[in-house]
Design a protein around this ligand. Structure first.
Ligand code: ADP
Ligand code: MG
Length: 593
């Protein structure tokens, strides 16, 4: 008896779907990318229950004919490539013709679509790869695809979905990756009938401001323009001014309109900043590469965000130089009020006589007419000496140089749920409460890591952590240290680990996020020696465990915190360079009032 047979299509599709569609966020990515490939200028994402019950994408793109609409759900049906060569000159987001086939294998899909010149549109319902209904229908130009009850027929996948909160966060992350590269497209994101994000068509900088600048009216003004054009690659984008460090550093690379992760290029940026501030510095950056598709590997897996460049070293150098230039210009001309209009091309503020309108590109050098090299040190550009290392060194004004522990002179007060105001004999010490606590925790954690003496609390229910291959590699490197500090982790399946115990000090709800955060930190800093990744582990854990902003502290708690902080060998800055405290001297105060 013969026993070999071909799998029925719907089974094959379901298996393949596992590769492409892992969670609602992967669905969102595929659908929105299709809308962009269809040249939509307005895209709405409508979600229910973090995408479990509904994920709908509505666009005003070019739509599909009846035949195409039916074809689109077949595996390897694509309008985007037809021969192998096309793969190497690809400019569209999708090309494998797998997404719709995969989605409809694991969900109930309803699509309506109409091309501009057709009077009547078409509606089709596909349920677990089977066409249930199809009929002409009246609908507006473009395409609407509803994905209902994702994984309704794949219980295992459904089980792997995280809480709504996590899945919603994954959806938004995916959404951000896309909206940041298509500022000219209008986007709307609705969750459970609530508009979460509403983005009008605009410029890149204003899109960034709209997405990340909430609550900070001058977010865009903290960004410096990066621009360079070489034969190999053209790089544009924004990096943060060295003074605007932060926990919420946003770090994004895009290549030819696609989000990518690139630890090596991340290093190029870190190198450009090196020496600008003591310690590890976490800059924000949004870098857009434009490169001949032939010079990058496009034949990547749809869920992978790593992209290979054929000449990575050269691009590294170009990127580093471009960021250096941006930072150098800033240090030399600190009084320039950065362009708030969000234009990508740099305006020429200096020489209207040059006839900049006729130039193909705005000049990349800005001259500040008010720049005075003899200005007093207080307003002198910060950090210039590190941009030009051969100039004589001078202590950075920002750096606190406390020679002895300041004596406390009166009880502390809390301010704005964020700062502890501690009178000392040197002046009013303003302490960031979260960082102070994190720094104290850090010093304990790093000791525990070194002495391998963590204690474990068992989790009631084990957590499962899904990881990409790159993340697994990192986890395998550091897992010994994680175990030594109290984590109980084991391989769960091919690309998942279980967590059944966590360090005693950690709260259960943080178990998964903290491990993810550690892996991300190790990856991003490129830590490759035990000491370096131990620091990252301790830092991430300390940051998670430390008292949050907004928490009211009693006088005793403040007292305890301050005395423990000041007892540390280094208490002015976090190990990653972030400032913990500053002192307002009486002189400084009197100068003001
Ligand atoms: P791919 O994007 O890799 O070609 P998909 O399965 O995502 O494969 O889509 C299959 C085809 O369906 C696309 O090539 C395109 O022709 C068509 N299509 C999908 N979504 C849309 C849309 N929103 N608007 C117009 N055409 C679409
Ligand atoms: Mg596609």
């Amino acid at each position: 008896m013969d026993i070999v047979h071909l799998l029925p299509d719907h089974v094959a599709n379901q298996i393949a779907a596992g590769e492409v569609i892992q969670r609602p966020a992967s669905c969102l990515k595929e659908l929105v990318e299709n809308s962009l490939d269809a040249e939509a200028t307005s895209i709405q994402v409508i979600v229910r229950d973090a995408g479990r019950t509904l994920l709908q994408v509505v666009d005003n793109g070019k739509g599909m004919s009846q035949t195409d609409a039916r074809m689109a759900f077949e595996r390897h049906a694509t309008s985007k490539i037809s021969k192998v060569d096309d793969l190497f000159s690809l400019r569209t987001m999708g090309f494998r013709g797998e997404a719709l086939a995969s989605i409809c294998a694991v969900a109930q899909v309803e699509m309506t679509t109409r091309q501009e010149n057709d009077e009547i549109g078409f509606r089709i319902e596909v349920d677990g790869s089977k066409v249930m209904e199809q009929e002409p229908c009246a609908c507006s130009k473009g395409t609407s695809i509803k994905v209902k009850n994702l994984f309704y027929n794949v219980p295992v996948r459904r089980k792997f979905l995280k809480t709504d909160q996590t899945e919603l966060r994954n959806l938004l992350t995916e959404f951000y990756h896309i909206v940041l590269v298509y500022p000219k497209v209008q986007f709307l994101f609705v969750h459970n009938d609530e508009i979460l994000i509403d983005l009008p068509a605009t410029t890149e900088k204003l899109r960034i401001q709209a997405v990340f600048g909430k609550g900070s009216h001058n977010y865009g003004a903290q960004l410096l323009d990066v621009a360079t054009d070489t034969e190999l690659v053209s790089i544009r984008g924004f990096v943060s001014k060295p003074e605007t460090t932060g926990k919420n550093a946003q770090q994004y690379f895009f290549v030819n309109g696609r989000y990518m992760r690139h630890p090596y290029f991340h290093k190029a940026i870190m190198t450009a900043y090196s020496g600008m501030l003591p310690g590890e510095y976490n800059p924000t950056y949004f870098i857009y590469f434009d490169i001949d598709p032939q010079a990058i590997d496009v034949n990547i897996h749809p869920t992978k965000t790593e992209i290979k460049f054929s000449d990575e070293q050269a691009v590294f150098q170009i990127l580093m130089a471009a960021v250096r230039e941006a930072l150098g210009k800033f240090s030399l001309a600190p009084t320039i009020d950065f362009d708030r209009s969000g234009e990508i091309e740099m305006p020429t503020r200096t020489a209207p006589a040059m006839g900049s309108a006729t130039l193909p590109k705005a000049p990349t050098i800005q001259v500040d007419p008010h720049y005075n090299p003899f200005r007093t040190r207080q307003s002198a550009p910060r950090n210039w000496q590190t941009v030009y290392p051969d100039r004589p060194q001078e202590p950075v004004a920002e750096q606190l140089q406390l020679d002895a522990m300041p004596q406390i002179t009166a009880p502390a007060y809390q301010y704005a749920g964020r700062y502890i105001l501690q009178p000392t004999e040197k002046g009013l010490m303003v302490i960031n409460q979260h960082r102070a606590h994190a720094c104290i925790l850090y010093s304990t954690l790093i000791e525990q890591l070194k002495n391998r003496q963590g204690t474990t609390q068992q989790l009631l229910f084990q957590e499962v952590l899904e990881l990409t291959e790159a993340e697994q590699t990192i986890l395998e490197t550091i897992i010994g240290d994680l175990r030594s500090i109290g984590f109980v982790m084991d391989r769960f399946s091919k690309n998942a680990y279980s967590i059944s115990g966590i360090p005693a000090q950690l709260s259960e709800s943080d178990a998964v996020t903290v491990v993810q955060e550690i892996i991300r930190a190790v990856e991003e800093t490129g830590a490759d020696a035990a000491q370096q990744w131990q620091e990252q582990i301790a830092l991430s854990m300390a940051d998670t465990m430390a008292i949050p902003y907004g928490k009211t502290l009693s006088r005793e708690e403040m007292q305890d915190l301050v005395s423990r902080l000041l007892a540390l060998p280094v208490y002015e800055r976090m190990p990653d360079g972030k400032k913990i405290l500053t002192i307002l001297s009486d002189d400084e105060l009197q100068e003001r009032i």
